[in-house]
Design a protein around this ligand. Structure first.
Ligand SMILES: CC(=O)SCCNC(=O)CCNC(=O)[C@H](O)C(C)(C)COP(=O)(O)OP(=O)(O)OC[C@H]1O[C@@H](n2cnc3c(N)ncnc32)[C@H](O)[C@@H]1OP(=O)(O)O
Ligand SMILES: CC(C)C(=O)C(=O)O
Length: 509
């Protein structure tokens, strides 16, 4: 199968996203992760742009191995010399030089004639070839350029020694049929094109960057310039994860492979989002929070019966452990029952129906239904029972210079049972003392604390989730103005439910 080379420009075009500025350390961290991801080329920056950009390219060139390191330069000697200065310690350096070829850019921006652009392209590539035999040439705004002139510039670049020719859709103006056609025409009309790799660089102004890149690949492009999460100038660039997974999910259609280790995609996306501050929209393809979350009952039922009914990609392939079933007003019984089973509850048909009806009522009142909401709902369904353990007293000794110690007195039936224990903190000490009294083996799954009322004398509400040896989860809640007492009460509440569950027949583990 043929290979498409992945040229990642997160650190160059991605950093051109308004509001994004990465320091050298952050760029190095991303570059290392890009190597783990398996990209072929890392465009590390535009060295002439600033001393910081120069330093970042130089650091990456010096320290990062396992991918080609590329630096951008305009078609002038100053930029190219500076790019090489930054790249000189790279194991596999590439100079990427560019000049616009559209009449709009020539007339208004460059104020150059076509002849001058041809000359500048030739001289720039030659200059870059003095330093390295890996030279990429880009015809900026190629998709709005006169095709004959574009092919002429490309031929000059090939003649001067370019090894990769990049065809950018700089302003995201192209549509797939047209862009694919452009690549085919370039292949037909440019002398020497068979000696070089054709690359594309698509922007997302019409939301078509990935579609255009795919169309180009169908027509002979073999390098795709992309960014993580699709960040980049204006509406961004083609997203690496979407392109790679498009080629992966539709492999029979494209017949292409990449060197990307797909299981690193999600981790890379998270890292780039965290360091750039560009949060990923929830409905973003592949890496958005909702990309593998199913909310509606019919879909959830389908996925529970067979994942592929509603998922075209197995989330583990991109490094997400599993898809999620979001419980909400659109959910159905199958998903509700499955989540309860995961929490350790197996309800009779009748109990399930009543609990489900109450769940739907709750969904109309509350946007997000948490596991704690579900546990509270089911436990209420089980009905309240007389507690096995009751807090009689609590004494805590804690501070910055002593080992936290708790003495707890619990009423167990008619007797008062007392125990003391030390812990990492006062709550740990209390829970250890209670464990000594009850002898119940369990693990604390979660502990949360909230202020029920405002002010310094607020009532604290502690919620704990405790799992028994059979893997069943119990929710405990405790209220007090003393948060340590609230912690003890919450734990005892959960243990009381556990004790009833062990002795009572109502709900099977
Ligand atoms: C499509 C793209 O994404 S291209 C990459 C865009 N990225 C960036 O621009 C980020 C980094 N840029 C910068 O830091 C600055 O713009 C610099 C350092 C490159 C240049 O700064 P300045 O010298 O102050 O020039 P300024 O940015 O105002 O104008 C650009 C100049 O480069 C010229 N130019 C633009 N593209 C090219 C090119 N490919 N080759 C040669 N000259 C070019 C313009 O015509 C203009 O020249 P002029 O000053 O003679 O009118
Ligand atoms: C420099 C080139 C490749 C570019 O970023 C563009 O045209 O968008």
């Amino acid at each position: 199968m043929e290979r498409v080379y992945i040229f990642d420009t997160t650190l160059r075009d991605g950093e051109q996203s308004p509001g994004v500025s990465l320091n050298v350390k952050e760029k190095l961290q991303i570059a290392r992760q890009l190597v783990k991801l398996g990209v072929d080329v890392i465009e590390a920056g535009f060295p002439v742009a600033s001393p910081g950009d120069f330093a970042a390219v130089a650091e990456i060139a010096k320290n990062v191995r396992g991918a080609r390191i590329c630096a951008l330069a305009r078609a002038n000697f100053g930029d190219i010399d500076r790019a090489w200065e930054a790249l000189r310690e790279a194991e596999a350096p590439r100079i990427h030089t560019f000049i616009a070829t559209s009449d709009i850019h020539l007339r208004h921006k460059l104020r150059m004639s076509r002849e001058q652009v041809l000359e500048a392209a030739r001289e720039a590539v030659r200059r870059a070839r003095r330093y390295t035999d890996d030279v990429e040439f880009s015809a900026e705004d190629a998709s709005r350029s006169d095709t004959d002139f574009l092919c002429q510039v490309l031929a000059v670049a090939i003649e001067a020694g370019a090894t990769v020719l990049n065809i950018p859709d700089t302003v995201g103006y192209a549509v797939p049929e047209e862009f694919g056609e452009l690549i085919r025409t370039i292949r037909e009309k440019t002398p020497g094109i068979e000696k070089v790799t054709i690359s594309v660089h698509c922007h997302n102004d019409l939301g078509l960057a990935v579609a255009n890149t795919l169309a180009a690949i169908k027509n002979g492009a073999r390098q795709a310039e992309v960014t993580i999460n699709g960040i980049g100038e204006r509406a961004g660039n083609a997203a690496l994860e979407e392109l790679v997974m498009g080629l992966y999910a539709r492999r029979p259609l494209y017949g292409m492979i990449t060197g990307i280790r797909t299981e690193e995609i999600y981790r890379t996306s998270k890292l780039v989002a965290a360091l750039t501050g560009m949060t990923v929209q929830p409905n973003k393809a592949i890496v958005g929070k909702n990309a593998f979350a199913h909310e509606s009952g019919i879909h959830q039922d389908g996925v529970l019966k067979e994942r592929t009914t509603y998922e075209i990609i197995d989330p583990t392939v991109i490094g997400i452990p599993k898809s999620t079933l979001v419980l909400g007003k659109h959910s159905g019984r199958h998903a509700f029952k499955t989540r309860l089973a995961e929490l350790g509850y197996s309800l009779s048909e009748e109990e399930l129906n009543t609990a489900f009806a109450r769940f739907k009522e709750l969904c109309d009142r509350k946007k997000t239904i948490t596991d704690d909401d579900l546990l509270a709902l089911v436990e209420e369904e089980m009905g309240r029972v007389a507690p096995t353990y009751e807090l009689h007293y609590l004494h805590i000794s804690s501070g910055t210079t002593i080992v936290p110690t708790a003495t707890v007195g619990l009423k167990v039936g008619e007797s008062l049972v007392e125990e003391a224990a030390c812990g990492n903190g006062p709550v740990d000490a209390i829970y250890k003392a209670i464990d000594k009294i009850t002898g119940i083996k369990c693990t604390l799954e979660s502990y949360g604390i909230d202020a029920v009322t405002g002010g310094k004398d607020a009532v604290g509400s502690v919620t704990v989730r405790v799992k028994n040896e059979k893997g069943k989860t119990f929710l405990g809640r405790g209220l007090s103005t003393d948060v340590l007492e609230a912690s003890a009460r919450a734990y005892i509440d959960a243990l009381n439910k556990m004790a009833v569950d062990v002795n009572g027949p109502r709900i099977e583990p």
